[in-house]
Design a protein around this ligand. Structure first.
Ligand code: NAD
Length: 281
């Protein structure tokens, strides 16, 4: 079984991006800039944002974090986004989720100009992705896609099952696999026989949030299995896939941690650079 090393793949991607940033700098005499807005003091969000900033600096991006207290008014955040939308030194804007209850998430997502939407959540980017046009692609499914392509460059005709239909993961993942000519089944909490669906799959991407949901006897021999889940349990962090069981059957499997997670931030940097490149045309 191939253990898909997300840490290594992310380090390789960051190295490529570092070179790309250096080239862009010599060509345009400026570097792509990423601005993250962090609201409140949730510990996981603070850790994510710190890691994003560190990785952005590592590849040579200009990086800025704007912090607001939990009590900040929605209007203040929307005005700041407008200001960043027209700031030429800012290539990408990310508002760290989740937001406090009094702030409308959809309003915030839609306030970011699509050309700087590095999360790929703006409806315009969602539409572009589903129409097969160029767009920012949500970072986690983009990371999964790049890991799958490393194992199997030609996905044409493969049967893929995506478990979970969230806007963040399942739906964009489906679009990416469709674009590669996979035959894709998207499953969710109301799917009648999830095991039977998974048993058909050459590729399984699990993004559910239920510890070890996908079992060994759900997986065809030689399937590629990508585990997006991050679940805190009494035994530590586990994925949505039962690692020990599935590793006996699958051709390739991502571990948790050390699989999809590291790719997510690397893909955010890639999206920032891609936004910058599109803005220079
Ligand atoms: P979500 O809660 O928004 O969506 C979960 C999806 O799973 C829903 O579409 C739901 O229909 C489906 N589902 C629920 N129960 C099911 C069942 N019994 N059978 C089949 N489908 C079922 O979750 P999300 O935001 O997509 O996150 C999923 C997981 O991925 C979580 O564990 C989250 O922590 C993790 N995650 C990881 C990364 C990363 O970088 N690795 C990034 C984002 C999310």
């Amino acid at each position: 079984m191939i253990l898909i090393d997300g840490k290594k793949a992310a380090a390789e991607l960051r190295a490529e991006l570092r070179e790309e940033v250096a080239e862009l700098k010599s060509k345009h005499n400026k570097v792509p800039g990423l601005t993250v807005i962090l609201i409140g003091d949730l510990t996981p969000s603070q850790i994510y944002v710190r890691n994003k900033e560190k990785s952005a600096n590592e590849v040579g991006l200009k990086s800025e974090v704007i912090k607001y207290p939990d009590s900040v008014e929605e209007k203040t955040v929307l005005e700041k986004i407008q200001e960043l939308n027209s700031d030429e030194t800012v290539s990408g804007i990310l508002v760290q989720l989740p937001l406090p209850k009094h702030i409308d998430k959809q309003k915030v997502i839609e306030a970011i100009v699509p050309s700087k939407d590095v999360d790929g959540f703006h409806p315009m980017n969602v539409g572009n992705l589903s129409s097969g046009y160029e767009s920012s692609i949500p970072c986690t499914p983009l990371g999964c896609y790049l890991l799958i392509k490393k194992i199997e460059p030609n996905l044409s005709g493969k049967k893929a099952v995506v478990v979970g239909r969230s806007n963040l993961n399942g739906k964009p993942m489906t679009q990416l696999l469709l674009k590669e000519n996979c035959t894709v089944t998207i499953t969710h909490s109301k799917t009648k026989d999830l095991k039977a669906e998974c048993l058909e799959a050459d590729i399984i991407v699990a993004a559910v949030g239920i510890p070890e949901l996908v079992r060994g006897d759900w997986v065809k021999k030689d399937a590629i299995v990508i585990d997006v889940g991050i679940n805190k349990t009494d035994n530590g962090i586990v994925g949505d896939v039962h690692f020990d069981e599935v590793s006996k059957n699958a051709k390739a499997l991502t571990p948790v941690p050390g699989g999809v997670g590291p790719m997510t931030i690397a893909c955010l940097l890639k999206n920032t650079i891609d936004c910058f490149k599109r803005s220079q045309i």
